[in-house]
Unconditional design. Sequence first.
Length: 142
Amino acid sequence: MENIDRQIAEEIAAANGLSVTKLGLRFDKVVVRLLGGLRACVEHANPGDKTVFMTITAPIKLPGKTQNELDVIVRDSLDRRTHIGDRQMTIFKNAVRLRILESHSKRKHKFVGMVHNPGTDPIMLLDLATQWHLEAESRHAI
């Protein structure tokens, strides 16, 4: 079974004429486990009207602690009615960017997580993912 996070990343890359390799994305065992845990947290905490986009700089040396910390941050961010937008933070030496958008999408994906190499621009990744999401949302609205 293909990893859902890799599938989403490939859709985002293809929509922009790129590949996941060109984007500097990683899908090793630690990444897959971390993104899967974060996806479960978002799906459990998300009221359904928001989409969470996240980038994390690799390598992830403390994945369990990183996930626990990010779970708390994501739940807190989703609980706040006023926090819609971007946040930047460092969690156990990993640079993290979090973007939460209001969403009216019928898509099943409420979480888009990307772990990337240190040289990759996380804002560019968030912008590409947001664009992909909004274009899909507008196609489904018709």
